[in-house]
Design a protein. Structure first.
Length: 519
């Protein structure tokens, strides 16, 4: 798979400096090919040149590149002369994308600095240096992306590369016949400025996210009313909604103004609920800053608050003006937050997009490490898959219920933990229980249940206590998906083959819970 990012350019262009900044921005590992060769040989590149000559070094360089090309998820700073070999360019193209840093000789000299320039005889020969510079331009022209270094610092260049690698992607989700744009973007504030133009805005977030994202989202808005809540599920209540209503009333917010909910599932759920009910409704935009929100919570038009330990008991179906999937914010997520989002993405794959489920299984390690290019692709695929289901059944009267795989027992587990377990952790456990139920009924073939169990293991806490069916059942009986007094479970008959069961009883559920405990 074409996965690595190879930085090319003349000596002094800033390949290593920009490469490190880019790796940090994208949640990837950085590797300097020259340093990798030096570590392997125990000698500097200059020593290898002096002792063995350039041709020998170029052979070593190609061998090292061939080894690196077998790995994934890297940002690689190459040597200045590496692209001159066509074989090297083929290796880079087969295993990734080539990013050329275009820099003048004057800029390269400035980057190297006087002391480094003095150490390099070539820089004392202007004619020879110019000839070498010119001779490499044809090889450098073989690239996927060119970025001009002149006048830009490493962070600016890394940002420009990230924007180019992650261009805006837009699609519509049909919410009861009305199209709502979903915009996946690295530049959320820019997109929000376009959506909010000429309107007063309320910016709703939580205190933790405010420290990370408020400054860049406040900037494009015209003196917004900022409301920051305590972080966590405990803020998703009618009491919190009332506090927001009162703050908006005091500030004179009118129906023509705009509410922007900036955050994860709690903030976007609560923000949509408030916007849809304040003065009988005002326009709102959901800007999701978590993977969980991008793949699930922000997409689909649901809005709700909790009643005690019972999740999402008071709510309605809504239509945001737009949904932003803020890809840049994903770089701020810790592993547990990434795991939450991957759980929901995997769930969507299991019920509606088998290729997505397989991708999450195959790339779990790099995704959990925070590889932003991989996370962005998973977020987009999951959001589109969910949107397709929602378009068929906006009000959850039929097919949309399949998206609740793992949520029946999962919501009960989350509530019984007093939200000590995250939503993603509870749903991961719920999916395992649903898979065990499916397996016991003979719906899943071969090792399917075991594969699901194995895939979810990295997404669970180290210590997980599964409450018995008798304890979970009362909470499940209040689940909003239930019909005719029957507890509804989503089961699996295979990849992309969900089914809804209304005949699961506590004794059968307990056997499935016991099976999960046994592993």
């Amino acid at each position: 798979m074409k996965d690595n990012l190879y930085i090319t350019g003349f000596m002094g262009a800033g390949k290593s400096t920009v490469g490190r900044a880019l790796a940090q921005a994208l949640g990837r590992r950085f590797l300097s090919l020259d340093r990798s060769i030096s570590r392997r040989l125990g000698r500097s590149v200059a020593q290898v040149f002096a002792e063995q000559g350039e041709e020998a070094f170029r052979r070593l360089e190609t061998a090292e590149l061939r080894s690196v090309a077998q790995r994934r998820g890297l940002v690689v700073a190459t040597g200045g002369g590496l692209p001159q070999r066509a074989a090297n360019r083929r290796l880079m193209r087969a295993s990734g994308r080539i990013i050329f840093l275009e820099a003048s000789l004057a800029v390269c000299r400035r980057h190297l600095g006087p002391s480094e320039v003095k150490k390099r005889p070539l820089w004392q020969d202007p004619a020879g240096l110019a000839a070498l510079f010119a001779s490499r331009q044809q090889a450098y022209a073989d690239h996927d992306l060119k970025v001009s270094v002149d006048g830009n610092g490493p962070q600016q260049l890394a940002e420009a590369i990230a924007v180019a690698l992650l261009p805006d992607e837009r699609f519509n989700v049909s919410l009861d016949g009305v199209d709502c744009p979903v915009i996946s973007t690295w530049q959320g504030p820019r997109v929000l400025a376009e959506l909010a133009a000429g309107r007063r805005a309320v910016l709703l977030t939580d205190r933790k996210l405010a420290r990370l994202h408020l400054a860049r989202y406040r900037a494009p808005l015209d003196e917004p009313l900022v409301i920051a809540l305590p972080a966590g599920e405990r803020s998703k209540t009618l009491r919190s909604a009332e506090r927001i209503y009162k703050a908006m009333l005091q500030a004179g917010i009118e129906r023509g103004d705009l509410l922007v909910a900036l955050g994860g599932g709690v903030v976007t759920d609560l923000g949509a609920f408030v916007a849809a009910t304040y003065k009988r409704g005002l326009p709102f935009v959901l800007a999701s800053t978590t993977l969980l929100g991008c793949v699930d919570a922000a997409v689909g038009g649901k809005a709700a608050v909790d009643l005690g330990p019972a999740k999402n008991q008071v709510g309605l179906f809504t239509r945001p003006q737009a949904v932003l999937l803020d890809l840049k914010s994903l770089a701020t997520l810790a592993r547990p937050q990434i795991a939450e989002g991957l759980t929901e993405a995997y769930k969507t794959g299991l019920v509606a997009a088998p290729a997505l489920a397989r991708r999450v299984e195959a790339e779990m390690d790099s995704l959990l490490r925070g590889d932003l290019l991989g996370l962005a692709q998973v977020a987009g695929l999951a959001a589109r898959a969910k949107a397709a289901v929602v378009a068929e059944d906006f009000r959850e009267g039929g097919r949309r219920r399949i998206l609740n795989l793992g949520h029946t027992y999962g919501h009960a587990l989350e509530g019984l933990s007093r939200f000590g377990l995250s939503h993603g952790q509870a749903v991961a456990a719920g999916i395992m229980v649903a898979a065990a139920l499916s397996d016991r009924r003979g719906l899943l073939q071969g090792e399917a249940a075991g594969r699901i169990h194995s895939a979810l293991q990295p997404l669970l806490p180290k210590k997980l206590v599964l409450p018995p069916a008798a304890e979970a059942w009362p909470l499940m009986q209040s689940d909003k998906k239930n019909c005719g007094g029957k507890v509804v479970f989503v089961l699996l008959a295979g990849p992309g083959r969900p089914l809804v069961a209304e005949d699961v009883r506590p004794a059968e559920l307990q056997k499935a819970i016991d099976a999960v405990k046994r592993g």
